[in-house]
Design a protein around this ligand. Structure first.
Ligand SMILES: [Zn+2]
Ligand SMILES: [Zn+2]
Length: 93
């Protein structure tokens, strides 16, 4: 078996364990992103009990800013999921 094609499949962000620059990655370089700053919103956390137990709905978004050596910038935004109902991802009703 020969590998005639050398196509590189781009991983999703969750598959990259170190933050790599996506724009560099597409060009075949694996430049690590350098941490710049972090910011977080300051909204109130909503805690309540229902039949499933204690919910902890934290609407705050944590933004992490990165920059690679080529000057590309990336912002990763994350939010805490509720361990009970998976909020805010599960929005069926
Ligand atoms: Zn880059
Ligand atoms: Zn919940």
């Amino acid at each position: 078996m020969t590998n005639s094609k050398s196509e590189r499949k781009l991983p999703s962000y969750s598959e990259i364990y170190m933050p790599l620059c996506y724009q560099c990655y597409e060009e075949g370089f694996e430049n690590e992103l350098e941490f710049q700053k972090m910011s977080q919103t300051v909204m109130a956390v909503n805690e309540f009990y229902d039949d499933d137990g204690l919910h902890h709905h934290d609407p705050n978004v944590i933004s992490t800013y990165y920059k690679c050596s080529e000057g590309h910038e990336l912002v990763l935004m994350e939010r805490s999921l509720c361990p009970i109902c998976n909020w805010p991802n599960d929005n069926d009703d």
